[in-house]
Design a protein around this ligand. Structure first.
Ligand SMILES: NC(=O)c1ccc[n+]([C@@H]2O[C@H](COP(=O)([O-])OP(=O)(O)OC[C@H]3O[C@@H](n4cnc5c(N)ncnc54)[C@H](OP(=O)(O)O)[C@@H]3O)[C@@H](O)[C@H]2O)c1
Length: 287
């Protein structure tokens, strides 16, 4: 029986990245749909749940991706509302790589150190990756803030985190590098999750900080999200700070993403969202 993955993407063009990793994770065939939302996903779900016998349903799975997390979450609710009794299949939620990237970054950040009581600031944390990273850092006991260029956007992200996870994350408006440098004052941990091309902090702004212990940057496309952090850094030491770059955490992100795809085909009732994907990342982070 072929392992079939149905990739439902909130964007018009479904993600090639998610498609490739789906195959690398063990799917035999992937059907990728763009423009999927809570209103139009119902028929697709029926096709997935009504076609195979109960014992064979584990060979069909769903993947939710795309840049719109709120739409993705609404789609997830709509999919689950279609399930009943044994008529269900496993689902992985990873809009824009949010869960896998955040899980890998926070697993590395927390490896061998306690995050409880630390101040952590997620720069440009209003996007999918930043929101999930903020949640995971807060769940580890850190006192977390996210920044965004406009108050309304960053507050909306903080509210969405509170609504979904019940976790309080401070929202800070910071539109310039100087304002972001002010936002990280007194923090021990900084994670940058800005869009590609957004340079969020100058090197001096972290190098001269007396409080900072660890800096991570998720942005893999030049220029770096944080000047002076190397893309391949993985625990490098500079100016007394531990550095992680996008490729430094990206290997674990990819490994976690593939492992989660493989898990989808082990049973027909898994939901792999932030919590489960983070547990996987913590198990997989290299010693
Ligand atoms: N390393 C990996 O393995 C890996 C995997 C997946 C993704 N990524 C990277 O992770 C990062 C975050 O992904 P994402 O999907 O969450 O990003 P995103 O939604 O595209 O952007 C995140 C935030 O960046 C801010 N932003 C956009 N343009 C900006 C600008 N010119 N200056 C300052 N801030 C700006 C926006 O916040 P405001 O509008 O609120 O300011 C936005 O919410 C991206 O760089 C992505 O490429 C890395």
């Amino acid at each position: 029986m072929k392992k079939l993955l149905y990739q439902f993407d909130t964007d018009t063009l479904p993600s090639v990245f998610d498609n490739v990793v789906g195959y690398d994770g063990g799917a035999d065939h992937i059907s990728a749909y763009g423009g999927v939302n809570a209103d139009n996903v119902g028929g697709l779900v029926e096709g997935a749940i009504f076609t195979r016998s109960p014992k064979d349903k584990k060979n069909t799975a769903l993947f939710i991706g795309g840049s719109n997390m709120l739409q993705g979450e609404a789609m997830l609710r709509a999919i689950r509302a279609k399930f009943f009794a044994k008529f269900r299949v496993s689902i992985m939620f990873d809009c824009n790589g949010s869960n896998t990237t955040a899980a890998a970054a926070v697993a590395w950040i927390g490896k061998g150190r306690t995050l409880a009581g630390k101040r952590a600031v997620v720069l440009a944390g209003s996007g999918p990756v930043g929101q999930r990273a903020a949640v995971l850092l807060a769940r580890e006991g850190a006192n977390v803030a996210i920044t965004g260029r406009k108050r309304a956007g960053v507050q909306a992200a903080s509210d969405a985190i509170k609504a979904r996870f019940g976790v309080a994350v401070e929202a800070i408006e910071a539109a310039t590098n100087a304002e972001r440098a002010a936002a990280i004052r007194g923090a021990q941990i900084v994670l940058a999750t800005g869009a590609s091309g957004a340079a969020l902090l100058d090197a001096k702004q972290w190098q001269e900080s007396p409080s900072l212990e660890l800096i991570a940057d998720a942005n893999a496309s030049p220029p770096a999200g944080i000047e002076g952090v190397g893309a391949s850094d993985r625990g490098a030491n500079s100016h007394g700070k531990i550095l992680f770059g996008a490729l430094g955490v990206g290997a674990l992100k990819l490994a976690v993403h593939r492992a989660c795809i493989a898990r989808l085909f082990e049973q027909n009732d898994l939901l792999l969202d932030a919590e489960e994907i983070y547990s996987t990342a913590k198990e997989m982070v290299p010693a």
